[in-house]
Design a protein around this ligand. Structure first.
Ligand SMILES: [Fe+2]
Ligand SMILES: [Fe+2]
Length: 190
């Protein structure tokens, strides 16, 4: 499905699960931002016909947000401050100005965030299978949904302009690979 040019580091899951409380707080914010982003995309004229699809994505992301909050509460961990992701900031910096350009780029970046989440949830499901089977099952349960969001956003961008979307996807895939090469020590998803 994904044509990522740099796979996640083999030790990534063991690094970010050192502090599961921090990782889950970050994940909660990621789902919250995914929900608001889906609604935010509805501002683009090109996406008016997609308003119901975007609302459905926002509702699914809110449900994921609620699920992560429940896991935090079950462990006695509180919802807290979000941490800044250099990868997401770097990807968003690549979004061009201009309504139509911005709509296409924003959809491509959203697709890649969903795609990377999909890849990383699979890593977490594998890594946590033995020590945290319930959490591992939870991550596995999200893989399909985030994979569908990846495909939906990419299709939406291609419906605006196929050739331009594929050219921008190529550009953002290089940027993603470059940003993924920068290691950090934070227990965050991206
Ligand atoms: Fe989600
Ligand atoms: Fe998603």
């Amino acid at each position: 499905m994904l044509m990522l040019r740099r796979p996640v580091d083999p030790d990534w899951a063991s690094r970010v699960t050192r502090r599961l409380d921090e990782l889950l707080v970050d994940h909660a914010h990621l789902e919250r931002k995914a929900a608001t982003t889906a609604i935010h995309l509805e501002k683009y004229r090109e996406l008016y016909p997609q308003v119901h699809v975007l609302n459905r994505i926002a509702i699914e992301e809110l449900q994921h947000f609620e699920q992560v909050l429940s896991i935090l509460e079950k462990h006695g961990w509180s919802f807290g401050q979000p941490q800044r992701s250099e990868w997401i900031t770097g990807m968003m910096r690549g979004v061009r100005q201009g309504r139509r350009e911005s709509a296409i780029d924003h959809l491509v970046v959203c697709a890649l965030i969903e795609g990377r989440s999909c890849e990383k949830f699979q890593c977490l499901a594998r890594h946590l299978a033995d020590p945290e089977p319930a959490l591992s099952n939870f991550y596995q349960s999200l893989v399909e949904s985030e994979g569908n969001h990846y495909a939906t956003y990419l299709i939406m961008a291609r419906e605006i302009d196929l050739a331009e979307t594929d050219a921008r996807l190529d550009w953002f895939l290089d940027l993603d690979a470059e940003l993924m090469a920068h290691r950090h020590d934070l227990c965050i998803l991206h």
